[in-house]
Design a binder for this molecule. Structure first.
Ligand SMILES: [Zn+2]
Length: 370
């Protein structure tokens, strides 16, 4: 179990830091004619506060933002300056504040906490968030103490970068979530470090081990203009682990295929199957990248074409697949050790915490339906 929620509990100095990072706009600082543009999505004519981020101005509801974020609430409770003359139409009840966040990131947050025409009670199944959206929710949610945004985004990452080997296998071999690119695993590592969500680190770092060295060293540029790079300690982890993972993944495949079992279970053509299995290592000589991969949990389907032609029956193929999964499970169990990560209960079933207050649980459930 990770301690991400515990770490997200803000200390007073954190709130002060967030406030100091948010520069309040003074009278005359704002000039609508000097490069500022109104956001096409979030300029609400009856909005009660104007937020400036980069070269974009957002006009939204102060009270709604304050409801979601105690940091916003503290910020808005301070005496507000006069409305700049460059926003003469706003009136005195619409203060202007500047955030030092990117407008792209801020737009993701506003979409999450403000009512919209596209809002639905039940999310559409095909709606998969991009890395940029997940990253904005976690980073700004952490900064402004919007707990539910951080929790939902981390739950999404935990579901993919799981500590459950069977869940990983059942998913069928996707190394990163839909709409993510492989190098986004670097950003996932950094989000885990920011929030203390350690359980997603082993698989995210294992994916990093498969990246081109260009990404390992230099990271990648996000759509908001920032750069995501591995910290030096995590870079060292990947460089050290890569060799071990290549060795272990090759060994796992080799062990799964040889020695050939003397009796394959429920096989109707044992002689033909044994001969077919005996020929499989021939692929090793010509399929180096497919065999010696740094990713230790490759899905069996990448080897499907080895079995085309029917020299090995389906039952024997399933048996070999189970043997490979057994070897991969052993690597999964020791993955935190390979990566030099101390993680409690990695790969073990979650501990169910029993509560005596059944009435409280019932009350919570009712409130969720409101
Ligand atoms: Zn067979």
């Amino acid at each position: 179990m990770d301690d991400s929620k515990k770490k997200r509990s803000r200390a007073p100095q954190d709130v002060g830091q967030a406030l100091s990072q948010t520069k309040r706009t003074r009278h005359g600082d704002v000039d609508e004619t000097a490069g500022l543009r109104r956001d096409a999505e979030f300029w609400l004519e009856d909005g009660t506060i104007v937020i400036l981020a980069g070269d974009v101005s957002f006009r939204v509801y102060k009270g709604v933002l304050a409801t979601h974020s105690p940091v916003f609430a503290d910020m808005f409770s301070l005496p507000q300056p006069e409305t700049p003359t460059t926003f003469p139409s706003l009136g005195q009840q619409c203060p202007v504040v500047r955030f030092n966040d990117s407008p792209k990131d801020l737009r993701y947050i506003l979409r999450a906490i403000l009512p919209s025409q596209s809002g639905t009670l039940v999310p559409k199944k095909q709606q998969c968030p991009s890395f940029d959206a997940i990253s904005a929710h976690i980073r700004l949610g952490h900064k402004y103490d919007i707990g539910h945004l951080v929790d939902h985004a981390l739950d999404y990452l935990k579901d993919h970068f799981t500590d459950d080997f069977d869940k990983w296998v059942d998913r069928g071999g996707d190394w990163v979530p839909r709409r993510f690119k492989l190098h986004h695993a670097i950003g996932v590592v950094n989000l885990a470090r920011l929030t203390g969500c350690d359980t997603i680190l082993p698989i995210a770092l294992a994916v990093c081990c498969t990246l081109d060295p260009k990404y390992l060293l230099y990271g990648f540029e996000c759509r908001n203009g920032s750069r995501e790079q591995l910290g030096q300690d995590d870079l060292l982890r990947c460089l050290r682990a890569k060799e071990t993972l290549m060795h272990d993944s090759t060994s796992a495949l080799h062990k799964a295929l040889i020695p050939i079992p003397s009796h394959m279970p429920a096989c109707d053509t044992p002689t033909r199957c044994r001969n077919g299995i005996q020929e499989l290592p021939d692929f090793f000589a010509y399929e180096g990248p497919l065999i010696a991969t740094a990713h230790p949990f490759r899905n069996w389907k990448v080897y499907d074409y080895w079995f085309e032609g029917g020299s090995i029956c389906e039952r024997c193929e399933d048996h070999l697949k189970e043997r490979l999964h057994g070897e991969q499970r052993l690597i999964w169990t020791k993955l935190p050790t390979i990566l030099d990560l101390p993680i409690d209960r990695w790969g073990l079933p979650a501990v169910v915490e029993h509560s005596d207050s059944g009435s409280d649980a019932e009350s919570d459930s009712d409130s969720d339906m409101d």
